[in-house]
Design a protein around this ligand. Sequence first.
Ligand code: NAP
Length: 272
Amino acid sequence: MGHSALTATTKLCAIIGNPVEHSLSPLIHNAAFDHLNLNYVFLAFKVEHLREAVMGIRALSLTGVSVTIPHKVEVMDYLDDIEDVAQKIGAVNTIVNREGRLFGYNTDCSGAIKALEEKRELKNKKTVLLGAGGAARAIAFGLKEKGADLTILNRTLKKAEVLASELGCQYGGLELMESFKPDILINTTSLGMYPQVDATPVRKEFLKGMLVFDIVYNPLKTRLIREAEQNGCATIMGLEMFINQAALQFELWTGKKAPVELMRNVVVEKLS
Ligand code: NAP
């Protein structure tokens, strides 16, 4: 919305993180608010003192907040209520303010699972998840809930072990990838992310006959996705998860159906 459309009743949503300067969330949510003519505005706040920032959400009656690195875990300590799956994952990326009570959600999990389920049923599918960081945790709990046959592979073995023991699944080092023939391969490591666009977690010759999902969305088409396509694999780009998680946030904050195509278009235009 233009500045002249802001009024004394404009609702404020925001992202809190550190850093946040390169976040695409203001772009995507403001475009969606404008499109539906909603009297909302979205800003980005670089936050160092998280507790005080959450007190600010209450004190200033922000409507909704997106939470990003490094605050997704600690923020849970300051909320009134947390949905079950976010509690299990141990991370919140979305806050909804309902009359002064702050509710925590994890839309990374549902956003990723939605992108996968649009292509494949997950039950009993041999699924290899590369990485054991924050995004991996969110996706791993979702996969387990859907009954996927999950293995977690990570560079730092200890982190894979910790996550796998919480979930009751197999784990190993990244190099084991080459001894698997999964139905579904998911990359949640940052390998291939801008500016290291020539990096990839798996050699091309191993990308055969599987669905490949790379959650990295900058660049839109990572080397992993390009090579998987060249070998005839079905693919899902990180953009789909990013759009899905933002659309779910938008719906939680506004109660309106998100204009998903428009949201996708503004991100594609920005990253192309
Ligand atoms: P994180 O918690 O820092 O985890 C990073 C993961 O990448 C860890 O498993 C780490 O392994 C691994 N890794 C990093 N550098 C590596 C290297 N050189 N070789 C092998 N493994 C390496 O980060 P995160 O929040 O999970 O995010 C991971 C990626 O997902 C980022 O690129 C982020 O932009 C993207 N992401 C996308 C979406 C979306 O909506 N599409 C959402 C969230 C995140 P170690 O444990 O060994 O360090």
